[in-house]
Design a protein around this ligand. Structure first.
Ligand code: EPZ
Length: 427
């Protein structure tokens, strides 16, 4: 089991390449199931979750070729599901990554049947898929749950329907959006997720011949087609990675240029960081981030669906607020158990008290390095941020959580002056 060893106190300076977005790539990969032609995706990040999705799609019958990008970033993946050889997504693959549920809509739309393992919960919550299932049933699918699997069938094919999500669901929106592209007639999705990653998927589907109106809004209108064709698409930059590195610049009192980052997906984040004393400026190649004031200022945060503050940056913001001047109240409204990083940050000297879905953080002068444990993807990177600012040495274990969503993290950080290295722990 690898470990990350960080010696804190070094301000980060320089440029960091922002990779393609994990949460855009995952649905884009499953879109290959919607056509018997080749889908070519560029700017694909090399992450554990992407490899897991590739394995899943491969066992459905997709031929996958990977071509490394220059400088080792931005790979090109060609996916060709000429025929679907299996409509079953097995538990041993699905349990590794919840986003596997994204094959359900495409398989049902193309093959009129699917057997997909229920994903099971994860550290941050139960994360049911009832909204995905209810929407597909409205489109004519007959769905039963047996032995931990979703058994779905639509012998006459899916038909368009008007669907209103009772709560915003990102992969729920993506699953139904993909299913609707091959359904008979029109589908209207109300209260659709507006995350930029949903928009990126929609843009790719349009290139594949889909007819979608309202991209970027909370109401998507899709006219179903008989078939989709292949396409070439470039994955958008990862706004969560960009937001994470913006906070790395702030917490170390450094000055970073985030190459490839775009302001439009991070407006709520940068507005809040400005109140906390952090300035972000658009540059020709991305976004430059540094402190505007000597001290960071505690600010209140509430996570919300896009365009609100993203839940995927909540843990990172908490690490930043742990060393700010004053208090910050962070309220997590999306997931019921996304404070797993709190006890680990407390081990480093952070002063945090949790009251239900809110955490009160009282800034301290300095955090102290300590051995800490990753529990989920974003919690693990918040501990890296804390380690970068802490006095002394931080050892982070269970790095497999980190490797799911951050491409060559230690390489990117050490190139900007961080004292961070990965060591293989024997046994
Ligand atoms: C996506 O997860 C992201 N994953 C998550 O990123 C992200 O945190 C989340 O959206 C919220 O932005 C991918 O895009 C692959 P939801 P998703 O459906 O789609 C409840 C990361 O760190 N809900 O928007 O699974 C659910 O329990 C990951 O990169 C239902 O009740 O999230 C949650 O409370 C973590 N029933 C809320 O809705 C359903 O059928 C939002 O979940 C679906 C969701």
């Amino acid at each position: 089991m690898d470990q990350m060893i960080i010696r804190g106190g070094k301000p980060l300076h320089g440029k960091i390449h922002i990779s393609g977005a994990k949460n855009a790539t995952l649905p884009l990969l499953t879109a290959c199931l919607l056509t018997d032609e080749a889908l070519v995706l560029s700017n694909v990040p090399q992450l554990a979750d992407i490899a897991t999705m590739g394995n899943l799609l491969g066992q459905h019958g997709a031929a996958i070729a990977l071509q490394a990008g220059e400088g080792g970033f931005g790979h090109t993946m060609t996916l060709h599901a000429k025929t679907i050889t299996s409509t079953t997504a097995p538990y041993d693959l699905v349990r590794q990554m919840r986003a596997s549920i994204l094959v359900l809509g495409p398989l049902l739309a193309r093959c009129r049947e699917a057997k997909v393992s229920l994903p099971g919960g994860c550290a941050i919550g139960t994360r049911p898929v009832d909204l995905h299932i209810a929407a597909l049933e409205k489109m004519g699918a007959v769905i039963t749950i047996e032995d931990g699997y979703i058994h779905a069938a639509a012998p006459q094919g899916l038909k368009g329907a008007e669907i209103t999500f009772p709560m915003v669901t990102v992969t729920g929106t993506e699953n139904i959006l993909m299913a609707a592209t091959l359904a008979k007639g029109e589908t209207i999705l109300n209260n659709a997720a507006r995350e930029p990653e949903v928009g990126d998927l929609a843009q790719c589907l349009v290139k594949m011949g889909a007819e979608i109106e309202g991209i970027g809004t909370d109401c998507l209108r899709i006219q179903g087609k008989d078939r989709l064709h292949g396409a070439n698409h470039t994955v958008i930059a990862d706004r969560i990675e960009a937001g994470t590195f913006a906070m790395a610049a702030a917490i170390t009192n450094g000055d970073l240029e985030l190459i490839g980052a775009r302001m439009d997906g991070l407006k709520s984040v940068f507005d809040l960081l400005a109140k906390a004393g952090v300035v972000a400026e658009k540059t020709a190649d991305g976004i430059r981030v540094r402190r505007a004031t000597e001290k960071l200022i505690g600010v209140d945060v509430m996570t919300e669906p896009f365009p609100g503050f993203p839940t995927d940056l909540q843990a990172q913001m908490m690490a930043l607020m742990a060393v700010a001047d004053g208090a910050a109240m962070i309220t997590e409204t999306i997931f019921e158990n996304r404070f797993m990083h709190v006890p680990e940050l407390a081990r480093m000297g952070a002063n945090i008290t949790v009251h239900g879905s809110s955490a009160m953080i009282r800034g301290v002068k300095k955090l102290k390095g300590a051995p800490v444990m990753a529990t989920d993807l974003r919690a693990s990177v918040s501990l890296v941020l804390a380690g970068l600012a802490a006095e002394g040495e931080t050892t982070l274990s269970r790095l497999y959580h980190l490797d799911r969503g951050y491409e060559r993290l230690e390489e990117k950080l050490s190139a900007c002056g961080a004292d961070i290295r990965r060591v293989k722990k024997v046994g």
